[in-house]
Design a binder for this molecule. Structure first.
Ligand code: GRF
Length: 204
C-alpha cells in the first residue's frame, strides 16, 4: 500500500449495501482513518450503488451478465487501480473473483460472510445455520482467495441462534455484528500490524 496519503478503499457490492453504508459512515465520521476511493457494482440497480452516488463517492457499474469472468474482472481491476485503491472490500458482492484479479491485490481483498467460517460457506448461510440446528453462528471477515469464502480469517464474532428465530430475525442479529466487525477488520488491515502464517492472521 502507498505510504503517506490516506489509504483508499474500493468497495464491491451487488445489492442492498448495508455493510458499505456502515463502512462509509465510519469513514465520513472519521472513526475509520481512510477514504472511500471507489464503489463498484456489477448490478446497475443495486441500492448500494445509488447510496454511493448520493454520498458523493466515485462509483461505477459494469453489468456482469454474459461477460467472461477474466475479461470482466480485468475491467474491474482497472477501475480500482485507476482510483488508487489500496484495499478492496467485498460487501455483498455476489461474484467469485478470478485468480488473476486476486493476484493483482495480494492479501488486499477482504470479504464479510454471515457465518462462522468454515461452517456454512456460500449462499444462504443463515438458512444453512438454522436448518443445521446450530446454537451459535456469527460472522467472519476474511482475506479473499479465488475459492469461495475460503481465505485466511481476520475477525469473527459469534451470534446466538434463538429457538424462535426465522432466517430474517437471525440475519438481522448477525448483520448488526457485521456492521461493527467489518470496519474493525479494515482498520486493522490498513494499520498493517499483522502477519500471515499459513491460514492464520496474527497480530504483531
Ligand atoms: C451480508 O450478509 C454479507 O455478510 C454477505 O452479503 C450480505 C450483504 O448485505 N456477504 P449488504 O448488501 O451489505 O446489506
Amino acid at each position: 500500500m502507498s505510504a503517506g496519503s490516506p489509504k483508499r478503499l474500493g468497495i464491491l457490492l451487488s445489492g442492498r449495501g448495508s455493510n458499505f453504508e456502515a463502512i462509509a459512515r465510519n469513514v465520513l465520521s472519521g472513526r475509520l482513518d481512510c477514504e472511500v476511493g471507489f464503489v463498484f457494482s456489477n448490478k446497475p440497480d443495486a441500492a448500494g450503488l445509488a447510496l454511493a452516488r448520493e454520498l458523493g463517492f466515485a462509483a461505477g457499474c459494469i453489468p456482469s451478465a454474459g461477460v467472461e469472468r477474466e475479461v470482466f474482472d480485468a475491467q474491474v481491476a482497472h477501475l480500482l487501480q485507476e482510483h488508487g485503491v489500496d484495499l478492496v472490500c467485498l460487501a455483498g458482492y455476489m461474484r467469485l473473483l478470478s485468480g488473476k484479479f486476486v493476484s493483482q491485490f495480494p492479501q488486499r481483498i477482504l470479504n464479510i460472510h454471515p457465518s462462522l467460517l468454515p461452517a456454512f460457506p456460500g449462499l444462504d448461510a443463515q438458512y444453512q445455520a438454522l436448518t443445521h440446528g446450530v446454537k451459535i453462528t456469527g460472522c467472519t471477515v476474511h482475506l479473499v482467495d479465488e475459492n469461495l469464502d475460503s481465505g485466511p480469517i481476520v475477525l469473527q464474532v459469534p451470534v446466538p441462534v434463538l429457538d424462535d428465530d426465522t432466517v430474517e430475525s437471525l440475519s438481522q442479529r448477525i448483520l448488526k455484528e457485521e456492521h461493527i466487525i467489518y470496519s474493525e477488520a479494515i482498520a486493522w488491515m490498513l494499520k498493517g500490524n499483522y502477519r500471515i502464517e499459513g491460514r492464520r492472521v496474527i497480530k504483531v
